[in-house]
Write a protein that binds this ligand. Structure first.
Ligand code: F6R
Length: 260
């Protein structure tokens, strides 16, 4: 796993966006896995800036969101379908038909989950998956004790996750209790993983994911199984890492040919 400790959230976004840009430049029709939440917003803003400046062609890119709330109307401003439209599809000028979000409003959620898995497979799998991390170590909405080989399915949101996401809703009670999320096994099939985190509230989860034992108590620790996983964190999110000097040394000495 590559662990890169950077000065601040802007640097995290810059370096992580470079990974995504490299994947799109390697393959114009790249399939990009999209996280929602605050963490990846800087990446999307950078990508949008590059597109606007004519430095990045995303016309052939396909996107798959990680997750969606169950029970919110798709046009609710905090549904992930709306969030993805607002923060990714619109700013990057992506064709909406190429950007997929699990159907959290489906009458048959199990069937919707299976359909989502089939859609990812039909697109040829995800080339680069952008990830945030929950303060409890979740990725997607794979809460602690999620199976490490889980597939897209319905999950019950942990109380901690509902509390953390209450900032997006008028009252905490409005945060949905359930979601559809790609599984850890689904996420692991992406060809490259790019996880970003900033702020002290993520420090414990980042340390557990990177240096803790592999296990379902910290779902993000599943990145340890992936051959091409990068973790990009600011100083605050890195503050509980024991090998922080080693990560700095490794980044400072990374050969140029490995940087793209
Ligand atoms: C959202 C998602 C979640 C978030 C995580 C961190 O699609 O997959 O795992 O990445 O909850 O959220 P923020 O970035 O808002 O702190």
């Amino acid at each position: 796993m590559e662990v890169v400790v950077l000065a601040d959230a802007d640097e995290v976004a810059r370096v992580a966006a470079d990974r995504v840009v490299a994947a799109i430049r390697r393959r114009r029709s790249a399939v990009v896995g999209l996280a929602t939440g605050s963490s990846p917003l800087g990446i999307y803003a950078r990508l949008a800036g590059l597109v606007e400046a004519g430095g990045l062609d995303v016309t052939q890119v396909t996107g798959f969101a990680l997750d969606e709330y169950v029970g919110l109307p798709a046009d609710h401003p905090e549904s992930y379908a709306s969030v993805i439209r607002r923060t990714v599809t619109g700013p990057l000028g992506l064709d909406p038909a190429r950007v997929h979000v699990p159907d959290g409003g489906a009458a048959d959620l199990a069937a919707a989950a299976e359909a989502y898995e089939r859609a990812i497979a039909a697109a040829g799998g995800v080339d680069v998956q952008i990830l945030g991390i929950g303060a409890n170590g979740h990725i997607g909405f794979n809460e602690p004790t999620s199976s490490l080989s889980s597939r897209t399915r319905v999950k019950t949101l942990a109380p901690r996750t509902r509390a953390d996401n209450a900032r997006f809703f008028a009252t905490p009670d409005e945060v949905p209790t359930h979601c559809l999320t790609q599984g850890l096994g689904t996420i692991l099939e992406a060809r490259e993983l790019v996880l970003v985190a900033h702020g002290e509230t993520k420090a414990e989860a980042v340390a557990a994911a990177v240096e803790g034992p592999l296990g379902s108590m910290c779902p993000a620790s599943v990145l340890q199984l992936h051959p091409r996983a990068g973790v990009y964190v600011d100083e605050a999110a890195a503050s509980r890492l024991r090998l922080v000097e080693y990560y700095r040394h490794t980044w400072a000495h990374k050969p140029e040919w490995q940087r793209s």
